[in-house]
Ligand binder design. Structure first.
Ligand code: GLN
Length: 550
């Protein structure tokens, strides 16, 4: 991409009043517009929590863990960034307070501070700025999002860091965007700007003056309120934008573009850039608004956890559907509800869907329910995609039903691990990746190559012999049982040659229209304009299945 920027430019996005405003989506939408203007940009998520990474956090606390090619376990916002842009992000694109403090303490132990008292300012803030600069290398512009809400104790060093950085790089090279909630009070029949005013006051008290305000609101904000926000928050009228609830996140870039947000940003940063090319965004929105068909995909998982934990997965299904001008309805099926049920009861719950997806997961709970769903899909020729744990359970189901290994199981489900006393571990830990290894960092993480065998469904879908996909798991298919499984009719359609590990399994197309499992997480690499073949394939098979049964 041609560089049109002389000095490096920075956009920092903060959030006010409430969490969960969609700062990540706002940042990603801005990035998608600026990238379409030909700007070579990078993105960064700064997370003020103390965990070194979200890998050890419960999905209920923090949603999905997004995995990068270089094996970093990162914030789910990186998923939005990748989906809305052409970027492939790395470890350097996300850091936490935990990493910053860990580095500073390590420096201190090694005597690198030459006897000085180590303090938040300047040592922690210097480390924050160092990491911001690393993320900006190779780019002309950085979009940096600060997690949390202004006013949180944890975010102060980050806000101080970006304040210092703006002075160092020259204020004309930095803009601050503050995203605030404008609540609508039904009883008063009014949207209120006071919380936003307080949040901006808080920012100003630490020396940050927002250049642009984006108002998140359930309903459109009228001109008098915009005037008020402009006046009280000390931001010119045409620097106040709105982000009203939408039925698809992929509409947000165009909404911003209609309000000239991208033009205003380039003006403020002194970047000359052509109008963005948005035809692909318009086509996607058109397809979303005008579906020709509907399909219903059942996701069999554990939903006591928030569906935020399946963010990339949901998006990947949508990408597969939107591109075929199809609307995908997602039916969340609680795996445990399928346990101890008769085949008729299973049928009654599952015959509402046109395709079944069993996503990744950890632990034994719900796995027998998932196995019942897989069996139902296999026997009734319902399109099926199993991801990571989903593949492992498909192998267990096949081993039990077809390969005569009646007590097949996974070493993960036994406290004895690979040495389990009852059951046959067709899924097991590799040496060095056992269940006793310290949590966080004991997994096969990041990109691994996979060789796909000819004349398989996988080859038909990928149209390629060699692919690279991202992993996040500890266990693998046990090669001791692979021949027995193959003899019973299971096809191993992809392997990692370096480590001789099963990566893709399937049932031959003469027996089943679409039954495939992958040990990796394809959802991390799906983009709206580049739907992942495994998801596009699932949607296509689901459309056919529905046509046949209708
Ligand atoms: N629990 C399984 C493992 O560790 C699957 C993990 C996953 O689905 N991401 O291998």
């Amino acid at each position: 991409m041609i560089s049109k920027v002389k000095a490096k430019k920075y956009i920092f996005i903060t959030g006010g009043v409430s969490s969960s405003l969609g700062k990540g989506l706002a940042a990603a939408s801005i990035a998608s517009l600026l990238e379409r203007r030909g700007i070579n940009l990078q993105m960064l998520k700064m997370d003020p929590y103390i965990n070194v990474d979200p890998g050890t956090m419960s999905p209920t606390q923090h949603g999905e863990v997004f995995v990068t090619d270089d094996g970093a376990e990162t914030d789910l916002d990186l998923g939005h960034y990748e989906r809305f842009t052409s970027l492939t992000l790395l470890r350097k694109n996300n850091f936490t307070s935990g990493q910053v403090y860990q580095q500073v303490i390590e420096n201190e132990r090694e005597g690198r501070y030459l006897g000085k008292t180590v303090q938040v300012v300047p040592h922690i803030t210097d480390e924050i700025k160092r990491r911001i600069h690393i993320a900006t290398e190779d780019a002309d512009l950085l979009i940096g999002e600060i997690g949390g809400t202004v006013g949180d104790i944890e975010s102060l060093p980050f806000l101080e860091g970006i304040r210092q950085l703006s002075t160092e790089v020259g204020q004309g090279n930095v803009i601050f965007i503050h995203l605030v909630l404008i609540p609508y009070l039904r009883a008063a029949g009014e949207s209120k700007s006071k919380p936003a005013q307080h949040s901006v006051k808080e920012l100003r008290s630490i020396g940050l003056f927002p250049d642009l305000i984006i108002c998140r609101s359930e309903r459109p904000i009228d001109a008098p309120l915009i005037d008020k926000i402009s006046l009280f928050c000390n931001v010119p009228h045409n620097n106040v934008f709105q982000s009203v609830d939408l039925d698809s996140v992929y509409k947000l870039p165009l909404e911003f573009h209609k309000q000239h947000l991208d033009a205003r940003i380039t003006e403020l940063l002194g970047i000359w850039a052509s109008e963005p090319k948005v035809a692909d965004l318009q086509k996607m929105v058109f397809n979303f608004d005008n579906p020709l068909k509907n399909v219903r995909i059942g996701i069999v998982g554990k939903y006591t956890e928030l569906t935020e934990s399946y963010k990339s997965l949901e998006e990947a299904i949508r990408h597969g559907a939107i591109n075929q001008q199809v609307r995908a309805e997602l039916d969340y099926i609680e795996a445990e509800d399928l346990e101890g049920k008769s085949p008729l009861e299973i049928e009654q719950r599952l015959n509402k869907v046109d395709g079944i997806l069993v996503p990744g997961g950890f632990g034994e709970r719900g796995t027998e329910g998932k196995i019942s769903a897989i069996r139902w899909a296999r026997e009734n020729k319902v399109p099926f995609l199993g991801i990571c744990l989903g593949l492992q359970l498909a192998v267990i189901e096949f081993a039990r039903s077809r390969a005569g290994i009646e007590n097949a199981t996974s070493a993960e489900f036994s406290s004895e691990g690979n040495q389990l006393r009852s059951g046959v571990a067709v899924i097991h830990y590799l040496d060095g990746q056992n269940q006793h290894a310290a949590k966080g960092g004991s997994m096969r993480l990041g990109a691994y190559s996979c060789t796909i065998f000819p004349d398989t469904l996988a080859h038909h879908l990928y149209q390629s012999k060699k692919i690279s996909e991202r992993h996040r798991h500890r266990l693998e298919v046990n090669n001791r049982y692979v021949d027995q499984l193959k003899n019973a009719g299971l096809v191993v359609s992809g392997i990692n040659e370096e480590n001789n590990l099963v990566e893709l399994i399937e049932i031959p197309s003469k027996e089943h229209p679409y039954f495939i499992g992958c040990q990796f997480h394809p959802e991390f690499k799906s983009k709206p304009f580049l739907p992942h073949p495994l998801f596009a394939g699932l949607v296509m098979a689901a459309i056919k299945y529905r046509t046949v049964i209708d």
